[in-house]
Write a protein that binds this ligand. Structure first.
Ligand code: NAD
Length: 353
């Protein structure tokens, strides 16, 4: 089959790790007789340098005309003093809103071979964990009315939190569908004991629950969820939550896997079109040294095959190869004292595909 992929390498380690994911994509192309047409576009700091604009219109158009997007990471100290609105990170917000990428899917898996890297005591992670956090990405307090008011010489900042039933329903449905494909267990996280927004969230989720009687559904307050993630992460399978709570909980979940360089993510729209990227940033401290872990980006390419290109067998082949390499004991610098380089790690992964 033939697919069009828009590729944004980005800044810092972005180009190094995306190049490795491309090697994996080429191997899949060859082995499974597909054609992946790659279109390279600029976004972030490199786009500011080349065009003055963090997200050139041409990039958005190329992404729109593709089946999916693979992105490395954007940002770095060089662009930290750019005016807000044209900072590298605005490229991500722009792509999410231009392409209506409302569903952020973040798996957090603790690989057996890496259990020593987990910062939680062994007794709490017995049996490991394998969860997915489904975070709403285009609403909530991040996109509500915001501003400052002055009164009596005192400045007050405000950001309005809101969710419509419609917004909750589309992310909720995505989460229920995900649960149906996994172990049919879904936990919805809110703060319904305090927030009206959360009460609308919870009522909407309960209406959806009736449509998915096979799914074992539960509600959890966000403060308890934050605690349960470090107390007993194995209890979770799929978690669904809003933009703000999801931002915090998904970082917490990735931290407890012990390896920021290992975790992929997807941001999807209603039709399954998506942008795939590692959860980490551009790691300027190690850029150009050839030691970045390419696995998060390689697993992002696997997620792309599974969710946007409908190639589950190919996705399995990549994920199994990563597992085998870790089981064999190969490590990059972030996860091992004795380590191999970025491209050597990819060589090992390719050898198992
Ligand atoms: P970071 O994730 O880039 O780095 C945090 C730490 O993790 C660093 O020590 C880094 O060396 C290490 N690390 C990250 N990825 C790694 C990998 N693949 N292999 C080995 N080690 C890895 O976060 P930061 O330092 O807070 O941010 C750096 C820049 O990235 C900033 O400009 C920030 O705005 C940007 N950022 C971009 C994205 C994105 O593009 N989606 C996300 C987060 C941060």
């Amino acid at each position: 089959m033939k697919f069009k992929i828009a590729v944004i390498k980005g800044d810092g380690i972005g180009p190094e790790i995306v190049d490795q994911a491309i090697r994996v994509i080429k191997k899949i192309e060859e082995k499974y007789s597909h054609t992946f047409e790659l279109s390279f576009c600029l976004a972030g700091g490199n786009a500011i340098d080349a065009t003055g604009n963090t997200l050139p219109g041409e990039t958005v158009e190329t992404c729109r005309a593709s089946d999916s997007i693979l992105l490395g990471a954007v940002g770095g100290p060089k662009w930290d003093s750019m005016p807000s609105g044209n900072r590298p990170e605005n490229a991500l917000l722009g792509l999410r809103s231009e392409l209506d990428l409302f569903a952020n899917i973040r798996p957090a898996i603790m690989y057996d071979a890496l259990s020593d890297a987990c910062p939680i005591k062994k007794e709490f992670i017995e049996g490991g964990f394998d969860m997915v956090i489904v975070r709403e990405l285009t609403g909530d307090v991040y996109f509500g009315e915001k501003g400052r008011k002055e009164s009596g010489g005192v400045t007050t900042g405000y950001d309005i939190m809101n969710y419509s039933e419609k917004e909750v329903e589309r992310i909720g449905r995505r989460a229920f569908e995900m649960a149906m494909k996994r172990s049919k267990k879904l936990c919805s996280v809110d703060k319904a004991n305090v927030l009206e927004t959360s009460r609308v969230w919870r009522e909407t989720m309960h209406r959806l629950r009736d449509e998915y009687p096979e799914v074992e559904y539960s509600d959890m307050y966000v403060d308890n969820a934050a605690m349960q993630l470090v107390r007993n992460p194995g209890q979770f399978d799929v978690i669904v939550t809003g933009n703000l709570f999801g931002d915090i909980l998904s970082d917490e979940a990735s931290m407890i896997t012990g390896s920021i360089g290992m975790l992929p993510s997807a941001s999807l729209n209603e039709t399954g079109f998506g942008m795939y990227e590692p959860i980490h940033g551009s790691a300027p401290d190690i850029a150009g040294k050839g030691i970045a872990n390419p696995i998060a980006t390689i697993l992002s390419a696997a997620m792309m095959m599974r969710y946007s290109l409908n190639l589950p067998q190919e996705a399995d082949a990549i994920e199994n190869a990563v597992k085998k390499v870790l089981d064999t004991g190969w490590r990059t610098a972030d996860i091992g004292k004795e380590y191999i380089s970025t491209s050597e790690m990819t060589d090992r992964i390719l050898s198992y595909i």
